[in-house]
Design a protein around this ligand. Structure first.
Ligand SMILES: NC(=O)c1ccc[n+]([C@@H]2O[C@H](COP(=O)([O-])OP(=O)(O)OC[C@H]3O[C@@H](n4cnc5c(N)ncnc54)[C@H](O)[C@@H]3O)[C@@H](O)[C@H]2O)c1
Length: 440
């Protein structure tokens, strides 16, 4: 029988990717693109059917590539775990959300691991990629896999290797973004490194899965804390009424060392920076440790949609428009520019808050999000015509997609509430712009 090392060298190792979402599908396409037979496993029947008919559904993935890989039989998908025994290496890329009370929900990891354990065999390597709190790999995944009687490091191998993909980004993708690997044993680390090296230019081993888990959280909490600082300063600039936070950051960023610019905004969304701090603060409590710093940052960021709500009401009232009567157009529904991801989107949160406060006429446009649901209401993306811009009481820029023609928007709209500094440098009509963290 060939060892896993030999199979990797011969490129005959079969790859499994559990969870074909923003992380899993690009990974599957990279492996299949290098000639490795790759089987994607996802409970979502629609995604599986799309892949098997050669259709891509993730913006960052090349649709022609998916079509070609499926056609030549290198890439396949299934909703069933029954074939995991055939696979040599299995990545777990399932969601790790939080509960309504902001506690980690690792049930997707547990569920995927249980299914994998049913067909676990000798010489298989399992790599967890889902972001999670330290010790998940060793204290949650490992015991489930070892309940089969097989022993980690000896019969099968296990590692944590966090994902760093930044959807919408083209300079750093799966292929050229360095990846960290922490295996349960030295051999686990070595095999997981060799596996990642098949598709990634730089692989960085660390001493344990928990170090890799913590380092992934550090990366995202670093962003959460710095964005929170800017969100706090934006509110201070607004309160002082004689400064513009965007100009302040730009000035500070001219320092060539010791400073890295971060920007304020209407809130943090998505599946990572908003969620991950709660994973660590929850884990910390197990050790009687309260991560005040992390929680303060999360609280500050989560307060931003409420602050924007206040900014909208204040700006409308300065224009003599009552919220109930106001017709409002939101530009951008996704949580960041040039992507279709609406998970925890601040734009949707602000619309929700406005509806609670009595707003009755909300419209939105998002070239990436044709439909959205807010407080049970189904909304459809509107075309941004000159007529529409002129007919609304305010345009609220929540996501600065590149497609937006800001000069035209500012020229035609009566009032613009810009939460992203998307109208930077526009002079004609500048008096109509209210910018987050700036004086009017
Ligand atoms: N999206 C990002 O930019 C990003 C970046 C870095 C890390 N991560 C992390 O990667 C993980 C996955 O995130 P994502 O954005 O790809 O999520 P996603 O929701 O886009 O994809 C997850 C997929 O897993 C499937 N799934 C759920 N439970 C399953 C199960 N038991 N078996 C098989 N399939 C199952 C879902 O149907 C879905 O297609 C999360 O932990 C996330 O925090 C995401």
């Amino acid at each position: 029988m060939h060892t896993l090392e030999q199979k990797l060298q011969e490129k005959s190792a079969k790859i499994g990717i559990v969870g074909l979402g923003y992380v899993g599908l690009p990974l599957a396409v990279e492996f299949a693109g290098k000639g490795f037979y790759t089987l994607g496993i996802d409970l979502d029947r629609e995604k599986v059917e799309k892949i098997n008919s050669g259709r891509n559904y993730i913006d960052d993935v090349d649709s022609n590539r998916v079509e070609a890989l499926v056609k030549d039989g290198t890439l396949e998908a299934t909703t069933m775990y029954g074939r995991t025994g055939e696979l040599d290496i299995i990545y777990i890329c399932v969601p790790t959300p939080f509960t309504p009370n902001k506690e980690p929900d690792i049930s997707y990891i547990e569920d995927a691991t249980m299914h994998i354990s049913e067909h676990l065999r000798k010489e298989q390597l399992i790599i967890l990629k889902s972001t999670t709190f330290p010790e998940t790999t060793e204290k949650v995944v490992q015991p489930i896999l070892e309940s089969t009687g097989l022993k980690v490091g000896q019969d099968f191998y296990l590692a944590f290797s966090p994902e760093r993909i930044d959807p919408g980004r083209t300079d750093y993708t799966t292929h050229n973004t360095p990846i960290i690997v922490g295996g349960v044993t030295e051999k686990c680390t070595r095999l997981a490194c060799q596996t990642n090296e098949q598709i990634i230019t730089k692989v960085v081993p660390v001493s344990s899965p928990r170090t890799a888990e913590m380092s992934k959280l550090l990366e995202n909490i670093f962003r959460s804390v710095n964005i929170a600082l800017l969100n706090e300063l934006a509110q201070l600039c607004d309160r002082m009424g004689n400064m513009d936070i965007w100009e302040v950051v730009e000035a500070a960023a001219t320092k060539p060392f010791g400073f890295m610019p971060f920007y304020p905004g209407p809130g943090i969304g998505g599946h990572c920076i908003l969620v991950d701090p709660y994973y660590l603060s929850w884990k910390a409590k197990e050790y009687d440790f309260h991560s005040d710093f992390i929680e303060l940052a999360a609280r500050t960021n989560e307060n931003m949609p409420f602050y924007v709500l206040d900014l909208i009401i204040r700006s409308l009232s300065s224009s003599g428009v009552a919220l109930k009567a106001a017709k409002l157009l939101f530009l951008g529904a996704s949580f960041k520019k040039n992507v279709d991801d609406i998970r925890n989107s601040p734009a949707l949160k602000i619309m929700q808050l406005l509806l609670h406060r009595g707003a009755e006429n909300l419209l939105y446009n998002d070239p990436f999000v044709p439909k959205a649901k807010v407080n049970g209401c189904h909304l459809e993306s509107q075309e941004v015509t000159d007529k529409l811009l002129g007919s609304v009481d305010a345009v609220i820029i929540t996501t600065a997609h590149d497609q937006y023609d800001m000069d035209r928007i500012v020229k035609k709209a009566k009032l613009i509430i810009d939460t992203r500094n998307a109208t930077k440098g526009i002079l004609e009509g500048a008096s109509k712009i209210v910018r987050l963290g700036s004086y009017k």
